[in-house]
Ligand binder design. Structure first.
Ligand code: HPA
Length: 271
């Protein structure tokens, strides 16, 4: 992170009327097209553009708001490296959550299915990731107030939370490894074959920087991916953002129901 990051974080934090809001201990980041859960929860909406120093979101399907509910903080929308933001921008929301006192982060995304046993519209628990973005949000001098220089990533996606999520869902949710590339072009079929060989089950363009930041800050992470399409080269059809949006629209209700069950369970644990 850049040397001015702590100052930037303070500025963002100070623009949140934190004393007027009840700050929960669990937060969720809703990924591409998965933002509709935001309307399932009552609370105070704070658009990103009201937070000083926050970048603007540019992608369709990413709303860019926080909602402070009674038990849960929802972030609908996120910043992506491919939009041209630095990783400081990408992880700023996670640092802000940390400063607000968030202990558990549920992070969701849309992904391409590399594992051929997956189907479009399926929800997969992320058990681990492969960072192929080519950089790391923690590069720069280390501020000990945040975390250690060399953060452990052996349980980047908490096993305990995965078990809790599986139990809460009442179904056999599969687990898989998520590989992140920068995008914004989708992968080539050769890249997908490579990803399969190195152990990836899903591919996407987000999540990994935020999860690195969360682990650094001591926030426990649960990752849930919605496989919106089979990855490049598996089917004959070309990939498109429209397909991603169509799938998320189709599974929107199931996604909200799953999130609801999982959050209910996590909140009970935190009581
Ligand atoms: N590749 C990368 N990112 C994605 C995909 C994909 O196939 N689907 C949704 N996000």
């Amino acid at each position: 992170m850049k040397d001015n990051f702590a100052g930037r974080l303070n500025t963002a934090f100070n623009s949140i009327p934190a004393d007027e809001l009840k700050i929960p201990s669990v937060a969720i980041i809703l990924g591409s097209g998965l933002g509709s859960y935001v309307s399932a929860v009552e609370g105070t909406v704070l658009p990103f553009d009201r937070i000083k120093g926050f970048p603007k979101t540019t992608v369709e399907g990413h709303k860019g708001v926080y909602k402070f509910g009674r038990d849960i903080l929802i972030q609908a929308g996120r910043f992506h490296f491919y939009e041209g933001y630095g990783l400081d921008d990408v992880v700023l929301p996670v640092f802000l959550m940390w400063k607000l006192g968030i202990k558990t982060l549920v992070i969701t995304n849309a992904s391409g299915g590399v594992n051929e046993s997956y189907g479009a519209g399926e929800f997969i628990l992320i058990k681990d990731h492969i960072n192929l973005i080519g950089t790391n949000p923690l590069i720069g001098s280390n501020n000990k107030e945040f975390g250690v220089r060399f953060p452990d990533m052996t349980q980047a996606y908490s096993k305990h939370l995965r078990e809790a999520a599986r139990e809460a869902s009442g179904s056999e949710l599969k687990e898989g490894v998520y590989a992140a590339l920068t995008g914004p072009s989708y992968e080539t079929p050769a890249e997908i074959r490579m990803l399969r060989v190195i152990g990836a089950d899903m591919v996407g363009m987000s999540t990994v920087p935020e999860v690195i930041a969360a682990n650094y800050l001591g926030i426990e992470v649960l990752g849930i991916s919605c496989v919106t399409n089979m990855a490049a080269g598996i089917l004959d059809t070309p990939l498109s953002h429209e397909e991603v949006m169509e799938t998320t629209k189709r599974v929107e209700k199931d996604f909200s129901a799953l999130i609801e069950k999982i959050l209910f369970r996590l909140l009970k644990e935190n009581d």
